[in-house]
Design a protein around this ligand. Structure first.
Ligand code: KIV
Length: 283
């Protein structure tokens, strides 16, 4: 029996009951299964794919092809959680009709329940157009990696705090069901969460948001090129994997793998057939 799917209505109910919402990223089938089995409410196929999986420098280096390819794999592994596809750079910053067409691909080709997009100047028109065709949209304000010049905490002065509040309100007004607040001070995240009716999900935005998201390889210690201060590390899988791979190499070099336990042998009454193994000409 497949588990009951998480709906946006379930998330709204969680917010209204003061229960925290959990969200994690996944980029492939095995991890999609694991995060789903862990009971997470939302799985995001983030464009962080670029850095943590594809080894690229910037999230702007992935496009629709890579995002859809990975999202389809994640879809096969997620049975319960709400699945959100992150719209890549330049897939929604042009005309709203192109953004709608790309959002539809996330839903129709990759099986997403919703899409996420980062704040930019014409974001409201684009988000509204996508919502109007029936695709739920999660916005993303504060630090927006696709267009950020510097990766640092946003909203520390009145002008930028006001701008972030304005963006959050505008996304609520145009029909988004939720927003991600990335790298903003705890107090600002709390003001925005108190001000909005829609769901706030924080990353580096403190405990007062309605829910939290982390990039899964950051929490597992699988990506060692950069460790954001806000990412709590729950494991050091990278080190365990490395140790296992080294042991494999040592076992093969030392002739200890494969042993009889990992090998297949002929039955005793077939051993003689090896005498006839010589191939006939043309075989
Ligand atoms: O791409 C991503 O993983 C994200 C999360 C950090 C929210 O946008």
């Amino acid at each position: 029996m497949s588990p009951e799917k998480v709906t946006i209505q379930d998330l709204i109910q969680k917010k209204s009951q003061g229960q925290k919402i959990t969200m994690l990223t996944a980029y492939d089938y095995p991890f999609a299964r694991l995060v789903d089995q862990a009971g997470v409410d939302i799985v995001l196929v983030g464009d962080s794919l670029a850095n943590v999986v594809l080894g690229l420098e910037s999230t702007t280096d992935v496009g629709m092809f890579e995002m859809l390819h990975h999202t389809k794999a994640v879809r096969r592994g997620v049975q319960r959680a709400l699945l959100i596809g992150d719209m890549p750079y330049e897939s929604y910053q042009q005309r709203p009709e192109d953004a709608v067409a790309n959002a539809r691909r996330f839903v129709e080709e990759a099986g997403c329940d919703a899409v996420k997009l980062e704040w930019f100047d014409q974001c409201v028109d684009v988000a509204r157009a996508i919502v109007q065709v029936g695709i739920p949209v999660m916005g993303h304000v504060g630090l927006t990696p696709q267009t950020a010049e510097k990766f640092r905490v946003q909203g520390r002065d009145l002008e930028s705090a006001r701008a972030i509040m304005r963006h959050a309100r505008a996304l609520e007004a145009c029909g988004c069901f939720s927003i991600v607040l990335e790298c903003v001070p705890v107090e600002l995240a709390q003001c925005i969460t108190d001000d909005l009716k829609i769901i706030t999900i924080g990353i580096g935005a403190g405990p007062e948001c309605d829910g939290q998201v982390l990039v899964t390889p950051d929490l597992l210690g699988l990506y060692d090129r950069f460790q954001p201060r806000f990412a709590k590390r729950y494991a050091n899988i990278g080190a365990d994997v490395l140790e296992s791979l080294k042991r494999y190499c040592a076992d093969v070099s030392g002739g200890e793998f494969p042993s009889s336990e990992h090998s297949f042998y002929l039955p005793d009454d077939q051993i003689d057939m090896l005498d006839q193994l010589e191939l006939e000409e043309g075989e």
